[in-house]
Design a protein around this ligand. Structure first.
Ligand code: ASP
Ligand code: MG
Length: 404
């Protein structure tokens, strides 16, 4: 007998019909002799509706009340699922976040889980009750409702699995698992059977659609094996887990891309100590996160300084940088919104040389110019003209043998 945590997302809970299906799946796992904790999201579209209501009522909704509002969707789905299971003859009980309790900090709309008290759940589990817990929500020290950020039910599930030392954490979603790249771009994309936490975090731009990033960080910290799989079929999905020898043997596990970054270049900056900090600190003061940074070799005492920021912050970042550029006597600020970042990710890169060369040659053969490069131990990213995004992804998917 095992303790199983299952999480069903909004699409899986999207209608009464689908909730009945979820109940059947839960019942089947329970009947096989397992203890069950089930975490659910709001029915698909419901959280968006609540967010829209908040924005209709006022321009800047109060943070505390915002969380009370958006947590409501999950209250509906836990009740419906519990009712459904009870009508099928099972012992089931719904839990709101504060009833568990799932203790968080008070950062409304992006709260972090601090502690989960498992005492009440243990008692219920002992009596053979199936627990249905509201995802996405918790309670802070003062007793106020908090939420964990969009997609936060994944994190609720992983955190509950960690707290209960569950044997498995299954995340049921509307896709079969994590793919080697976006199947919409590359029809040869394959489902990955096992992937390390670290790679999963690096593949964020693909994975984020499947798993909330924070849930992966949580899983990694507490060593929770997370099985991402479809609620619409019985296929095995992707296991997100601790790295092992087999994973090291794979050179590249996946190709990610991001179209939501823009490039800003400060031209002819005087090349002297402190300039990089002078350009970047006003941006970090404004809470703008800078991703890639490149500084050219200097020529005649000046250099070019280029970086990327999220598209959403572009206007603000450009204005700030133009001000700095004047202050430091740079020649001008150039910007390009039509860029995208394409990355290859794999644990195997740690121990194999030549991966970068293969990547750059493959792009060159297609006439794709590389504008910026950044590397980490297990990832190489390049910035290219946005119109080559799909081509670059496909070419790299092929050259690293992922299409086979
Ligand atoms: N219902 C919340 C959202 O739509 C949480 C979740 O689905 O994980 O973001
Ligand atoms: Mg989700």
């Amino acid at each position: 007998m095992a303790l199983v945590v299952q999480k069903y997302g909004g699409t899986s809970m999207g209608s009464v019909e689908r909730i009945r299906n979820v109940a059947k799946r839960v019942a089947k796992t329970y009947d096989a002799g397992n203890d069950m904790v089930v975490v659910v999201s709001a029915m698909s579209g419901e959280t968006n509706k609540l967010v829209a209501l908040a924005n209709e009522v006022c321009e800047f909704p109060d943070n505390r009340e915002y969380d009370v509002l958006v947590a409501a969707g999950e209250q509906v789905s836990i009740a419906l699922l519990a009712m459904c299971l009870k009508s099928m003859g099972y012992k089931a009980k719904s839990y709101l976040g504060f009833q568990v309790p799932i203790q968080t900090d008070s950062a409304y709309a992006k709260a972090r889980i601090e502690k989960i008290d498992d005492a009440k759940m243990r008692t219920d589990l002992k009596e053979g009750t199936i627990l249905i817990v509201a995802g996405f929500q918790g309670v802070d020290q003062s007793g106020s409702v908090t939420t964990l950020g969009r997609g936060g039910s994944d994190t609720s599930a992983v955190a509950l699995a960690a707290a209960l030392k569950a044997d498995v954490c299954e995340i049921f979603t509307d896709v079969d698992g994590v793919y080697t790249t976006d199947p919409n771009i590359c029809k040869d994309a394959k489902k990955i059977e096992r992937i390390s936490y670290e790679e999963m975090l690096e593949l964020a731009s693909l994975g984020a659609k499947v798993l909330q990033i924070r849930s992966v960080e949580f899983a990694s910290k507490y060593n929770v094996d997370v099985h991402v799989r479809s609620s619409f079929n019985e296929n095995l999905g992707t296991m997100v887990t601790k790295e092992d020898k087999d994973m090291e043997a794979v050179l590249v596990s996946g190709i990610a891309y991001a179209k939501d970054e823009v490039k800003i270049a400060v031209m002819q900056v005087p090349d002297k100590p402190g300039i990089a900090a002078q350009i970047l600190s006003p941006l970090s003061d404004a809470n703008i996160s800078v991703d890639m940074i490149v500084q050219n070799v200097s020529e005649a005492g000046s250099t070019d300084f280029t970086f990327t920021v999220p598209q959403a912050e572009f206007k603000k970042a450009l204005a700030i940088t133009q001000e700095t550029a004047q202050a430091i006597n740079a020649k001008e600020v150039l910007s390009d919104e039509n860029v995208s970042k394409v990355s290859i990710v794999g644990l195997g890169m740690r121990s194999h040389a030549g991966v970068a060369t293969t990547m750059f040659k493959a792009l060159a053969a297609e006439g794709i110019n590389i504008q910026m490069i950044s590397t980490s131990e297990i990832k190489i990213s390049v910035v290219v003209d946005a119109k080559y995004t799909e081509l670059a992804v496909r070419v790299l998917h092929d050259v690293f043998g992922l299409s086979k």
